[in-house]
Design a protein around this ligand. Structure first.
Ligand code: RIB
Ligand code: CA
Length: 311
C-alpha cells in the first residue's frame, strides 16, 4: 500500500502531540503540513507546542502554520484541566528550533488542497474551525479532500457536557459546516477512543522502546492519565487523537459503522452534540463512518511501531 498524504490539524494537547509523533516518521504516512488551532489551549500555546514537538523529535521540512484563534460563534473554551496550563504539562520541552510558516493555516490549507491532485486526507484532532473557514473561503476545496479523518463527537456520552465531546463543543458551528460539506468523513468519537486507554501495561511497553518519542509519550501520559483518573475514574488516559492515524495506517484496526451525523446548534442542554443516527431512524444518507470497535492489541502494536521509528 502507498503512503497516505495528510494535513494534520491539531491543538496540542498531549494526545495531539502523540498523533504528531505517529505521523512524523511512519512509512505509511506522508505528512504534508501541520496546522494549529485554538482548543485544548489558546492558539499561541497550541501553535508553539506543535513547533516544540516537531523540533524535539526532529520532524523537519513540514510547514507548521497557526490558524484560527477563536471559534466561529461561541465564546472560546480550553481544556487546561486535562492538558495543563502549557497544553503539554508533564514534560518540559526546549525552545523550538523551528519557526511557524508565515501563512495563516487557513490559507495554507486552501493553497495546498487547491494545488495538489485531490488525494489528501485532512486529519483533524481538534476543534474544526480551521477546516470550516477554509471550506467557506474556497468551497471548491471540498472536492479536493480525499476524506476527513477526525477525532471528535460521540454517539454515546459526552466528556465536556453530558451530551457533547470537547472538539465539537469548542466550535459546534464549525463542526456543522464540516459534517454538511459532503466530504467523506471517518469519525473517531469517544465511543471508540475510550477503548484506547493508556494503562500501566501500555506505559511499560512504550518505555521499553527507549527513545525520544517513547520518553515524550511516557512524560505526557503521566500528567494526562492522572487527570483522567481523578476526573473520570479511568485506569489511564484515552489516547484519543492517534486513533485517527491508526485507522489511516491500517483501517482494519477500527470497525466503523456508516451513520448520518448532525451537530446540535440550538439545544439548551445538548449544544455541540453529534447526533449520530446509529439505527438510521430518519433514513437519511450516512455522511460519516463512525468508529465503534477498536482492535486494542493491534492499536498498541501500531502506536509502538510508529514510535520505534525515532532514534
Ligand atoms: O475530547 C477529546 C479531544 O479533545 C482530543 O482531541 C483532545 O486532544 C482534546 O482536544
Ligand atoms: Ca486534540
Amino acid at each position: 500500500m502507498g503512503k497516505e498524504k495528510i494535513i494534520l490539524d491539531v491543538d496540542p494537547g498531549s494526545d495531539d502531540a502523540i498523533a504528531i509523533a505517529v505521523a512524523g516518521r511512519h512509512p505509511r504516512i506522508e505528512l504534508l503540513a501541520i496546522t494549529a488551532v485554538a482548543g485544548n489551549q489558546t492558539l499561541g500555546k497550541t501553535a508553539k507546542n506543535a513547533l516544540k514537538v516537531c523540533s524535539h523529535l526532529g520532524i523537519t521540512g513540514v510547514p507548521i502554520a497557526a490558524g484560527m484563534s477563536h471559534p466561529l460563534v461561541r465564546e472560546p473554551i480550553t481544556a487546561a484541566n486535562v492538558h495543563g496550563e502549557s497544553g503539554l504539562d508533564g514534560v518540559e520541552l526546549e525552545e523550538p528550533k523551528l519557526d511557524l510558516d508565515p501563512r495563516h493555516a487557513v490559507d495554507l490549507i486552501v493553497e495546498m488542497l487547491s494545488s495538489l491532485s485531490g488525494d489528501i486526507n485532512f486529519v483533524a484532532t481538534a476543534p474544526l474551525t480551521n477546516l470550516a473557514v477554509a471550506l467557506r473561503k474556497k468551497p471548491g476545496i471540498a472536492k479536493k479532500i480525499k476524506r476527513i479523518v477526525m477525532m471528535g463527537g460521540s454517539y454515546g456520552l459526552g466528556n465536556i457536557t453530558p451530551a457533547a465531546e470537547f472538539n465539537i463543543y469548542a466550535d459546534p458551528e464549525a463542526a456543522h459546516i464540516v459534517f454538511s460539506s459532503g466530504v467523506p468523513i471517518v469519525m473517531m468519537g469517544l465511543d471508540l477512543t475510550h477503548q484506547a486507554v493508556v494503562t500501566q501495561d501500555v506505559i511499560k511497553r512504550v518505555e521499553c522502546i527507549d527513545n525520544e518519542a517513547s520518553r515524550l509519550f511516557v512524560g505526557l501520559m503521566g500528567f494526562y492519565s492522572t487527570r483522567y483518573r481523578e476526573r473520570f475514574g479511568f485506569d489511564g488516559a484515552p489516547l484519543h487523537d492517534p486513533t485517527t492515524l491508526a485507522w489511516l495506517i491500517d483501517p482494519s484496526i477500527v470497525e466503523t459503522k456508516a451513520m448520518h451525523v448532525d451537530v446540535e446548534l440550538r439545544g439548551e442542554h445538548t449544544y455541540g452534540r453529534t447526533v449520530c443516527d446509529y439505527w438510521c431512524a430518519l433514513g437519511k444518507l450516512p455522511n460519516a463512518d463512525v468508529g465503534v470497535r477498536l482492535e486494542v492489541e493491534r492499536f498498541w502494536d501500531a502506536i509502538c511501531e510508529a514510535l520505534s521509528f525515532y532514534s
